[in-house]
Design a binder for this molecule. Structure first.
Ligand SMILES: Cc1cc2nc3c(=O)[nH]c(=O)nc-3n(C[C@H](O)[C@H](O)[C@H](O)COP(=O)(O)OP(=O)(O)OC[C@H]3O[C@@H](n4cnc5c(N)ncnc54)[C@H](O)[C@@H]3O)c2cc1C
Length: 444
């Protein structure tokens, strides 16, 4: 039996803790988290703010009580401030100011990520909000009770900014979405998909302002204006959603770091130090689409990395199979999913990449209801023929299709293998000439 200390008990930590406790009875698991809650699904934040769900209760799937019921010793509202990696002791402080020292045999760091703090004047004004924690969402919702709060500027048009822009518009607010890049969802989708999402937002009443750099937030105590290099926007609230950085405060002097500061881990989630593992948003992943180490902060990766670390910490060797950055978004009924590399990204990385595309009704024309166009783009390497990425969009739920492409990237499947793949047909779901087959068949 060994003593395992887990620092951070959100998605990654919870997955590790539960895997240890349910597979390796008898292990001593001691958990610290500085927050007062566990397992908040940030992905539900926009749904809660936009009143598409009735409340936040269902946005948690674990708790201190549940973890303790499984056998962990859990210290909430206790921040670990320092780790003595040589003597294997973590030091921290609980909410009452009591100092804590806990020794470990194995340490799992699951300290997650922190919102990027834009270095601009005015960022500390009242009503300038980050959006990461349950408490952030609670705060925003409370402020929205004030009907005088009419103009909201969302800075950052990644998936979180886009989701929140929709949520605020649904609450009847005037929303300005601002981003430095030329469109939304950069990095996840090629320009035609980004354009589709942009038009979708504009059509539904969100004002989009791309290619603009935010220079300053102005106000008198409370925020009143957002100044960019092109315009000035009225703002009663500003949401800063420009991304996240790995939270490496505890080990940055001692552990090997990736270029963005994430703890560099191997396929077993082990860091550069023996007996120290790192999982979730604070750690690197192995990215199959580039066949290299990368940083992709997603709850799905956090959970998987937690499972992998748990087994290795307990003596069962298990290697991660890597990830492709599979993701999805649904805005005003427009569903988009993608995995691996976009064509733009693949070319920028030096691949001799091309793409094959297909668009058609999802189901035969005689299906008169719940039938819409599906757009599919598959990116592949011209020389090796290996699938590098895929993007799909539709007002129908086509999300499950992307999992196949995720596996294709993981297993280095070529585009030619997909051409005559056995894909079933039933008019309730698709066409006899399936859009995946059609896209693959037209690959050069
Ligand atoms: C608005 C929003 C929407 C999102 N939507 C999606 C989505 O749809 N799909 C998806 O896959 N991902 C989504 N994500 C990303 C996902 O939430 C993160 O990838 C995930 O939270 C990472 O989990 P984690 O446990 O690694 O880290 P975190 O969630 O950051 O948790 C880290 C934990 O460590 C604790 N901690 C940190 N330092 C210390 C310390 N020194 N001492 C004690 N405790 C400490 C923190 O309190 C926290 O509980 C979204 C994120 C946000 C903010």
């Amino acid at each position: 039996m060994s003593k395992i200390v887990v620092v951070g008990a959100n998605h990654a930590g919870t997955a590790a803790i539960n895997t240890i406790l349910s597979n390796y009875p008898g292990q001593e698991v001691v958990v610290f988290d500085k927050n007062s809650n566990i397992s908040f699904l940030g992905c539900g934040m926009a749904l809660w703010i936009g009143k598409q769900i009735s409340g936040p209760e269902g946005l948690f799937y674990s708790s201190q009580e549940k973890l303790e019921c499984n056998g962990a010793k859990v210290h909430m509202e206790t921040e670990i401030k320092r780790v003595d990696f040589d003597n294997k002791v973590v030091y921290g402080m609980d909410k009452n100011g009591n100092e804590i020292a806990e020794s470990y045999d194995k340490l799992i760091l699951s300290t997650g990520s922190l919102p990027i703090d834009l270095p601009i004047p005015g960022k500390d004004l009242e009503n300038v909000q980050f959006v990461k924690l349950y408490q952030h969402a609670e705060d925003v919702i409370k402020k929205l009770e004030n009907k005088e709060l009419k103009n909201i500027v969302v800075v950052g048009a990644g998936y979180i900014g886009v989701e929140l822009a929709e949520a605020f518009q649904r609450c009847g607010r005037n929303v300005e979405l601002v981003d430095l890049s030329d469109s939304c969802l950069s990095g996840y989708y090629d320009s035609e998909f980004r354009e589709m999402m942009k038009e979708n937002m504009v059509k539904n009443g969100v004002n989009v302002n791309f290619g603009e750099k935010v220079l300053e937030l102005k106000g008198n105590g409370k925020v009143e204006e957002v100044v960019t290099d092109k315009k000035t926007y009225k703002a009663d609230m500003v949401i800063l959603a420009v991304g996240f950085v790995p939270n490496n405060i505890l080990g940055k002097e001692n552990l090997e770091l990736f270029r963005n500061g994430a703890y560099r881990v191997d396929l077993t989630q082990k860091s550069s130090l023996e007996d120290v593992y790192a999982i979730g948003d604070c750690a690197t992943v192995y990215d199959n689409s580039i066949e290299d180490t990368n940083y992709i902060a997603l709850a799905t990766n956090a959970v998987r990395s937690g499972i992998v670390a748990a087994h290795n910490v307990c003596g069962t060797k298990l290697e991660s199979i890597g990830v492709q950055g599979s993701n999805g978004i649904s805005i005003y009924g427009l569903n988009m999913v993608s995995t691996g590399l976009t064509l733009e990204k693949a070319k920028a990385l030096g691949y001799d990449a091309i793409a094959t595309e297909f668009a058609d009704l999802q189901k035969p024309g005689f299906i008169e209801h719940d039938n819409d166009t599906v757009f599919l783009k598959i990116v592949y390497d011209k020389n090796t023929r290996r699938v590098l990425g895929a993007q799909m969009a539709s007002r129908q739920d086509i999300s499950m299709g992307i999992h196949m492409f995720s596996l294709a990237i993981q297993e280095k499947v070529t585009i030619d293998k997909i051409k005559l793949l056995d894909i079933f047909f039933l008019p309730h779901f698709n066409q006899p000439y399936n859009y995946i087959t059609m896209a693959a068949l037209s690959a050069k």
